[in-house]
Design a protein around this ligand. Structure first.
Ligand code: PSU
Ligand code: MN
Length: 310
């Protein structure tokens, strides 16, 4: 069985997170790029606070992760959440950027990839987010594939998302995850969810229906010494989903706008997310908040089940 590792020395852990990890209590990691670059202010900070509350209600300790003054920080205070949400100068930090913000003593908002890595260094096995990065449309020439996928192949953390939105190439994203050896779970669904909608038309590689089954899969994967994460795709609740016909038109327009403006690299995902909120008159933001809250509820149940497998 797995014995808990002590957290890496370079991390700053909130006392409550440190205690929970030492005692084997469930902890849920949360990312900060979704706060700084994924939603507008003040909905972003409202979402961050609500999600932390839902994790507590479910019986786990929330650990929002960011780099604060050069320290990878696990468990933020309210003033830090507010800063990340409202200060537009905090950069998006993926794994390649971690050394830079640490060596310069700066703040950074961590993506799925860098949040996974820091969660792994802390000894946290479960991480809740909204949407995963993946293979961008046109990646066969741009080679734009999110570092989130690389990280899923090498860090043993389970990530609960609402799937992959169709700003990305969903089929190719699942192909790359297969190549990288990452288990991908449809939680209570046979159809891989597409973030704003419950379906994508692409079948899930594996379906599981309970938090206990997901926890058992993750534990078995790690007990074998496999260093991969587990991607858990949890569909948006039916009452909050957007019809695919509506959101597809918005996404097509956002992609065309990005192309016309020449937006690329690390800026493309934040640009598209912001443009989708504008083009949908805020409708997509309500769906986004609802799906993150739902992921927090389900992810907390998985964290509780995972703590019971030790
Ligand atoms: N998708 C969302 N909201 C987000 C992101 C993706 O619906 O906030 C963020 C996450 O932090 C994710 C990152 O890890 O974008 C991926 O960026 P890129 O495509 O540059 O790898
Ligand atoms: Mn990219």
């Amino acid at each position: 069985m797995t014995t808990p590792r002590p957290p890496h020395d370079a991390l700053a852990l909130a006392p409550e997170v440190r205690d929970a990890l030492a005692d084997g209590h469930p902890v849920v990691a949360l990312e900060s790029t979704i706060i700084s670059h994924g939603m507008p202010y003040p909905e972003n900070v409202g979402m961050a606070r609500t999600v932390e509350g839902l994790v507590r209600e479910g019986g786990a300790v929330p650990a929002t992760i960011a780099v604060i003054a050069g320290r990878p920080t696990v468990g933020l205070g309210d003033a830090e959440l507010e800063l990340l949400a409202s200060d537009g100068s905090v950069p998006k930090v993926s794994v390649r950027d971690l050394g830079r913000v640490v060596s310069t003593g700066s703040h950074g908002a961590t993506t799925v990839a860098s949040t996974m890595r820091i969660a792994g260094l802390a000894g946290i096995g479960l991480f809740v987010t909204g949407g995963l990065g993946g293979v961008h449309q046109g990646a066969e020439s741009s080679m734009d594939v999110s570092a989130d996928l690389t990280e899923l192949s090498r860090t043993p953390v389970a990530v609960v998302s609402a799937g992959v939105k169709s700003i990305l190439d969903i089929g190719r994203t699942l192909e790359v995850l297969e190549t990288l050896g990452v288990p991908v779970v449809g939680f209570g669904t046979d159809d891989f969810p597409s973030f704003f909608s419950r379906s994508s038309g692409v079948p899930v590689p594996m379906r599981l229906d309970t938090p206990e089954e997901v926890a058992a899969l993750a534990r078995a994967t790690w007990d074998l010494g496999l260093q991969s994460g587990v991607a858990v795709a949890n569909p948006v609740p039916a009452e909050a989903e957007m019809p695919r016909a509506d959101i597809d038109g918005v996404i097509a327009q956002a992609l065309a706008d990005a192309d016309r403006l020449g937006v690329r690299g690390k800026d493309i995902t934040p640009y598209l997310l912001g443009r989708i909120v504008e083009l949908s008159d805020g409708r997509s933001l309500r769906t986004n908040v609802a799906l993150v809250e739902h992921n927090a509820r389900v992810g907390t149940q998985i964290a509780v089940a995972l703590a019971a497998t030790r």
